[in-house]
Design a protein. Sequence first.
Length: 253
Amino acid sequence: MDIYNFHHKIHLGRAWIKHEKDFPKHRLGLTKKDIKGKIVLEVGCGAGNYLQYYSKFKPKILYGIDSSVEAIKQCNIKFHKNFRIYPMRLNVFDLSKYFNRNYFDIIYSTGVLHHTGNTEKVFKSLIPFLKKGGIISICVYEKRNYDLTLSLWRKVTVKLPHQIVYVLSLALTPFSYLFKYIKPLAIFQYFIPVPIIEKDDFQYIWSCIFDDLTVEHLQTHTVPEVFKWFKDMGLKEIEILEPSVSIKGILLD
């Protein structure tokens, strides 16, 4: 069972979906003017929250790719009557098998590229598929003060059955509240790698911890690092967005 499937067989997936619905408006910086009548690609569409949101802006076609069987199954069920949305089970490195270069007006991805094993390589592999004048917008995990500790925990947890990590993540979730509201205790975040989340949503925090401890690949980045990728690929009008490391740029002629 892949992690997406496990998430969505239990309540954690529903908590994630509910929380993610609030993000498209500000995380990617894409407007109705950007989207309307355009050919758009989402890399790592998951349950399709962003596909659903951006389809309201009337794109010409809105493709969503994901490597998870369960994710695409859910999207096909959800969007079977929406002629604008095309979910596809596809590895990001196989885009050339189905799409020509210079094909998409907009490419976006949020919370996904850092799970591929090489965030920079994947990002740069997308640019040839963007039209001149096209927009690319991504959001990836920001470096955290407990990344080293998390990497040590993950050497064990990624090998454990998901059911065990599910219970472990539940036990760790209260520490997020302790670190947030009792500031002196935050120093223990260097030993207990749990995030401090602005929104007090127990199930969502639980889901984030579970995700951190189980995904096969996990990388974190800084704004200057990702900004440089955009510059290296010749993107212009680069805009730093919020939250996390969210950046948008345009491929000009």
